[in-house]
Design a protein around this ligand. Structure first.
Ligand code: AMP
Length: 270
């Protein structure tokens, strides 16, 4: 992979990189599209990264659809698909610990210890192998994107990080590889997440303060059949710290279980 990319870079070909865990959907393909609009060559990786799963049963249940993924990427015209084994990515199996400057302690942090450390470990490893000029990540994983931006700068990577908008089902449900584990009624329940984010946006635009915007949305989600709310928070888009009425730009972020599947979503609401 390194030789493949270096040979192209030596010829002045820019490489756009899209790291994924497979089970591809339109959300992933939108990243591929953005990469091919911006770069000469597109490399997509599929690697279900064991170090970012704090729950082994979640890792085992993670959908794996390699043949379908490969043909989707062929149809999308990507230059190369990188599908490494765990041994290739972690030959020494040594854990690496990063100081994520507290960004990993917020929102997703408490319920997923070690998750973002694993994400940074795999992304830096992949950046070292591919050495892309640009890398494309979804805003769907908002905290992950913030952490990758932060760590890429802190560790001195010269990769330009692109954040791409969240692609949704018609119901508003954010596309996710995990959605295949939901029944039709589960998907209907799950669409309440994006509705609650829209509701907050609407209330803030009508002049509500942050407490009055978030309270009814939280209450409604708690009452929603089949939805087990983990958190709904309003945060500063840059620092991820809890938003106040003075915060200039606010992201609403939500995590909930539906039919035992952990779902996240977010939206800029101010
Ligand atoms: P994953 O395979 O879940 O690790 O996701 C790979 C990349 O696709 C990450 O940068 C995600 O944020 C992004 N992604 C996942 N779902 C969506 C979506 N619905 N819209 C846009 N990007 C997404």
């Amino acid at each position: 992979m390194t030789a493949f990319c270096q040979a192209r870079k030596a010829r002045g070909i820019s490489i756009g990189f899209v790291p994924t865990m497979g089970a591809l959907h339109q959300g992933h393909l939108s990243l591929v599209q953005q990469a091919s609009n911006t770069c000469d060559a597109v490399v997509v990786s599929i690697f279900v990264n064991p170090t970012q799963f704090n729950d082994t049963s979640d890792l085992e249940k993670y959908p794996r659809t390699f043949d379908a993924d490969r043909s989707m990427l062929e149809d999308a015209g990507v230059t190369a698909l990188f599908y490494p084994s765990v041994d290739e990515i972690y030959p020494k199996r040594e854990p690496t610990n990063y100081d994520l400057d507290g960004l990993d302690q917020l929102m997703e942090g408490p319920s997923r210890p070690g998750h973002f450390n694993g994400v940074v470990q795999v992304v830096t490893r992949l950046f070292d192998i591919v050495e892309p000029e640009m890398a494309f990540f979804g805003e769907k994983d908002f905290q992950q994107l913030a952490i990758i931006r932060h760590m890429s700068t802190k560790l001195g990577y010269r990769v330009k990080i692109f954040g791409c908008p969240t692609i949704r089902e018609r119901s508003g449900l954010a596309m996710s590889s995990r959605n295949v584990r939901l029944s039709e009624s589960g998907k209907r329940s799950a669409s309440a997440l994006s509705r609650s984010l829209e509701q907050i946006k609407q209330r803030l635009s009508e002049g509500a303060n942050v407490v009055d915007a978030i309270k009814p949305a939280t209450d409604q989600l708690k009452q929603e059949n089949g939805v087990e709310l983990e958190y709904l928070e309003l945060v500063d888009v840059v620092t991820l710290h809890k938003a106040t009425n003075e915060t200039p730009s606010i992201q609403a972020c939500v995590a909930a279980y539906v039919e035992g599947v952990r779902l996240i979503d977010n939206m800029q609401v101010k």
